[in-house]
Ligand binder design. Structure first.
Ligand code: FAD
Length: 442
């Protein structure tokens, strides 16, 4: 448990990955409670511990970093190699709010940090950056060993329950097997970092149950919404029987913004996949505003309308439409199925009309998938609630990091990058705040 520790000199630390504050020599060691053992919490703990703080991480699951491990299952995309200016645009209207933290701990620092844990990184053909081992398992294992070596106390099965209204203490309870949590303990750390994650994949521990606790303290939290999630489509039984689980490769999709190329997947109740996620913010906003919206799919993004028309004009006598579409422009059955689905099986007869349809097939989406199935979460603690050190205006000494803050980004390494950058910023912010608060101890 976090307790005030005897005065001793803070170690002046310059971490090998370069963005850790140098704590003032002569100050007492602050005690720090980090709530949440995901990558945000663990990174904050590392920065604080390297600066000499006495750190305890409280995680309510039986092990740390469960979502981080899930993220690594299909390849842990830790960041992206594109130029920082372009990189920041991925955070949309939150790019300014994140600019300082991401430029202080940019993609190169994430790579250097990874390599400091003996996990060399490589840049994939799409510019995405991965650890050589591809998965998160080794990285997390080395990270936890490193944290313990730094003296961080890792408390699993410890649940944060909120703040005590009378004393302002953090309420943390250890889970007892097969029973309710025991009576919570009241903790008074010098510094608190909250990194409780979003609300998707609840089985990893990120259950969003922190939201009402923050709201009780008067903190504005924007509703948690699915991001990088699928969308629901009212498929006909005939279509879904044939095409569920099939990828539609090399398409370009468009909501209200720019078209995005990639692959999408047909699911039992809708669509998902990289290019769908990339236009998800616009689709979600349109669904919220209108109840449903139309996504345009270009089934042959490499050909212009005239080229498609010209090829379709070479129909042979008695050739079926499906054969024509396959022979002349290489459309696979699932793409032809989409054309039939969108037109209620009344395909245009004229080559030009068919070409226009192929280049901008309207697909009606009716809603986002449920939050739990999303890769990440939009919404969270409003930036107006935070100062530029990521400290809550209403709760001095309490800092917030990671996905629980109101930003979102597409897949591509941008999620972990912002999580780690905000964690470094919150921890450094906490150290500088604490030094200011204790001038006589320095
Ligand atoms: C399938 C999938 C694939 C992904 N792939 C990638 C990828 O390749 N690249 C990428 O950049 N991102 C990826 N992500 C997203 C990435 O994993 C998250 O953005 C990241 O984990 C957020 O880190 P965090 O520390 O903010 O939150 P989390 O990782 O959610 O950690 C929060 C922690 O807080 C704990 N907690 C919650 N409430 C309490 C409480 N009351 N008391 C104590 N502890 C509590 C939770 O158990 C959890 O361990 C993926 C996500 C998923 C689901």
């Amino acid at each position: 448990m976090v307790a005030r520790v005897p005065r001793s000199r803070l170690r002046a630390v310059n971490s090998e990955f370069g963005a850790v504050a140098t704590a003032a020599s002569g100050a007492a060691r602050p005690s720090a409670a980090v709530i949440g053992g995901g990558p945000g919490g663990l990174m904050a703990a590392e920065v604080l511990a390297r600066a000499g703080a006495s750190v305890t991480v409280y995680e309510h699951m039986p092990s740390m970093g469960r979502k981080f491990l899930i993220a690594g299952r299909g390849g842990l995309n830790i960041t992206h190699s594109e130029p920082l200016e372009q990189f920041m645009t991925r955070y949309g209207d939150k790019q300014n709010a994140l600019a300082q933290s991401v430029s202080a701990f940019p993609p190169e620092s994430v790579q250097a940090w990874c390599e400091s844990l003996s996990q060399k990184t490589f840049v994939g053909s799409s510019g995405r950056i991965f650890p050589l081992g591809f998965r998160a398992t080794e990285l997390l294992r080395s990270w936890l060993v490193d944290l313990e070596t730094l003296g961080v106390s890792l408390q699993t099965s410890h649940r944060w329950l909120g703040w005590d209204q009378a004393t302002g203490a953090l309420l943390v309870a250890a889970d007892e097997k097969n029973s309710d949590p025991i009576q919570p303990q009241q903790l008074f750390p010098d510094i608190t970092i909250m990194s409780l994650g979003g609300g998707s994949w609840q089985r990893t521990g990120s259950d969003g149950r922190w939201v009402p606790k923050f709201e009780e303290m008067g903190i504005n939290v924007h509703k948690l919404r699915p991001a990088n999630s699928g969308f629901l489509v009212d498929w006909t039984a005939e279509f879904i029987t044939k095409f569920e689980g099939m990828p539609v490769k090399n398409v370009s999709v468009q909501a209200r913004g720019n078209p995005v190329r990639g692959e999408m997947m047909i699911t039992a109740d809708g669509i998902e996949g990289g290019c769908v996620y990339a236009v998800g913010r616009e689709l979600r906003a349109a669904c919220d505003a209108q109840g449903n919206t139309v996504m345009l799919i270009d089934l042959r993004p490499d050909l212009r309308v005239e080229q498609v028309e010209q090829r379709l004009s070479t129909a042979k006598p008695k050739e079926s439409t499906s054969t024509l579409l396959r022979r002349t422009i290489g459309l696979p059955p699932v793409a032809i199925g989409l054309l039939r689905e969108a037109t209620k099986n009344v395909l245009p007869r004229q080559a030009f009309d068919m070409a226009v349809l192929i280049k901008s097939l309207p697909l009606q989406v009716v809603a986002t998938e449920e939050l739990d199935r999303a890769i990440s979460t939009a919404g969270g603690v409003a930036f107006e609630e935070l100062d530029d050190r990521f400290m809550l205006h209403r709760l001095p000494g309490v800092f917030v990091a990671g996905e629980m803050i109101d930003w979102e980004a597409p897949t591509g390494g941008y999620l972990l990058q912002a999580t780690l950058s905000t964690a470094v910023a919150a921890a450094n912010g906490a150290l500088s705040w604490w030094e200011e608060e204790h001038p006589t101890e320095m």
